[in-house]
Every structure is written in structure tokens, then in C-alpha cells.
Design a binder for this molecule. Structure first.
Ligand code: F6R
Length: 244
């Protein structure tokens, strides 16, 4: 728990930079699982700064984003492809061929096969080294809404009403928020060798307490992180307020 969110963003960015540098020294790739939303923005701006001012290279980095709305065109305002370009990819030296973000433009019948391929690509890359996560007020990680079991994999899901309300301002009204999304599963996330979850603000305090201290249940998918051997949660004081 830290009083200053930017302290947390810096610490997390430093850990990611350390992995990238270690792997580069071994001539290996670093595989990152990435999140969107307001929470990781500071981590990405710090990674951009490390690239610009301190020579951190992303040439050996492979990324897999957690999720994308469905349907969604990559250039739309709310697209996670656009988000990642604006906050990270346009400002670093990553090879575009190494970037993976679920495709919101597919026909619905193409999605199951696409999702299997997404899992295969993660496997072929050697698995995820560090998975970055936020948490939604429903207890979702990625878009694994309540009801998502521990062995779920990448798939098309229906967004929870609360999640759509929380996204309403981005879409100029809850009625414009897509009803579905493609997301990595809980099992995909648990497969990462290291998990870093971040939450900021009072609005997250209740769900954070349940996720960390409550019983493990698919009703709150973030509770499955309690079973991960190498998961850390970074909270500002407001998000930590309901912990006992
Ligand atoms: C985003 C994602 C979501 C968000 C969560 C918190 O890729 O997978 O689980 O991390 O909804 O969103 P923010 O950070 O906007 O509060």
C-alpha cells in the first residue's frame, strides 16, 4: 500500500523494465500481459519515459492484451487497440508483429477459433512472464465477469451491467457500451508466472477487500488470484481502506 499512486506506477514499471533487461541480456524475449483502463496509464507513461530517457528497448518484448470490446473497430475512440497505441506502443520501439490484442472486428462465428489461436500464441511465446491487471467493481480481472471459473480461457463473454455503467462515460451513455467482449480467461491469467494487480481510489475499496480477504469464488473472479504463487497487489490508501 502506498500513499502516492505515481510511486506504485514507478515501482511496477521498474519491475517490468528489470524483466525486459534481464531477458535481453540472455538473448531472450520478455512476454507481457497488458491491461487497459485508467489504472495502468501511469505504468505505461513511466515505461515510455524509461524508453525515451534511459534507453530501455522493447525490441525483445512480446505483448498480449487481456481484452477488447466486441464488436469494436481498432480506430474507434474506445478501442483498446487505440488505447494501447496512444499510451504505449506508438512511443516505444516494439515490433508491431509482437503485439497481440483481441480482435473486435471478427464475425461472431470466427471468434471461438480465434480465441483458441490466441491461447496457442501465448503458449508458443513461452507463456506470460508478467501479467498486469486492474480490477473492476464486479471483481472482474480482464473482462472475466462474475460466474467466470478458474479454468476459463480466452473467449467471448457478456459484460456485467455494472461494468457497462462504469464504461458509460467513455461511450457517451451506457446504452452505447457493447454488450460483449473478448477476454483472456481466469485460467489464462493464472498461467502467468507473475501477476501484478493495481487498484486506485475509494470506489475500488470494497471489491479489493473481498478479492484479497474473501472466500475464493467464481462470483468474484479476482479471488482466484489468492491461489497464484506469485501475485502482488498494489493499492493506494483509498483502495486499501476496507482491508481488515
Ligand atoms: C482492462 C481490463 C479491466 C480493467 C478494470 C479496471 O483491460 O481488463 O479488467 O482493468 O475494469 O478498469 P479501470 O482501471 O479503468 O478502473
Amino acid at each position: 500500500v502506498a500513499s502516492n499512486p505515481s510511486q506504485i506506477s514507478k515501482e511496477v514499471a521498474d519491475r517490468i523494465a528489470e524483466l525486459i533487461t534481464e531477458r535481453a541480456a540472455e538473448g531472450k524475449q520478455a512476454v507481457l500481459g497488458l491491461a487497459t483502463g485508467s489504472t495502468p496509464v501511469g505504468v505505461y507513461s513511466e515505461l515510455v519515459r524509461l524508453h525515451r530517457d534511459e534507453g530501455l528497448s522493447f525490441q525483445n518484448v512480446v505483448t498480449f492484451n487481456l481484452d477488447e470490446y466486441f464488436p469494436m473497430l481498432p480506430d474507434e475512440l474506445q478501442s483498446y487497440v487505440r488505447f494501447m497505441r496512444e499510451h504505449l506502443f506508438d512511443h516505444i520501439d516494439i515490433d508491431p508483429a509482437n503485439v497481440h490484442i483481441p480482435d473486435g472486428t471478427l464475425a461472431v462465428e470466427q471468434v471461438p477459433d480465434y480465441c483458441r489461436q490466441y491461447e496457442l500464441k501465448i503458449e508458443e511465446a513461452g507463456g506470460i512472464d508478467i501479467q498486469l491487471l486492474g480490477i473492476g467493481r464486479t471483481g472482474h480481472i480482464g473482462f472475466n465477469e462474475p460466474g467466470s471459473g478458474r479454468s476459463t480461457l480466452t473467449r467471448l463473454i457478456t459484460l456485467d451491467r455494472v461494468t457497462r455503467v462504469d464504461a458509460a462515460s467513455d461511450f457517451f451513455g451506457a446504452e452505447h457500451v457493447p454488450r460483449r467482449a473478448i477476454t483472456m480467461g481466469v485460467g489464462t491469467v493464472l498461467g502467468a508466472r507473475e501477476v501484478i494487480m493495481i487498484a486506485f481510489g475509494e470506489g475500488k475499496s470494497q471489491i479489493v477487500a473481498k478479492a484479497i480477504e474473501g472466500p475464493i469464488t467464481p462470483a468474484i473472479p479476482a479471488t482466484f488470484l489468492q491461489e497464484h504463487p506469485n501475485a502482488r497487489v498494489y493499492l493506494d490508501e483509498a483502495a486499501a481502506a476496507a482491508l481488515t
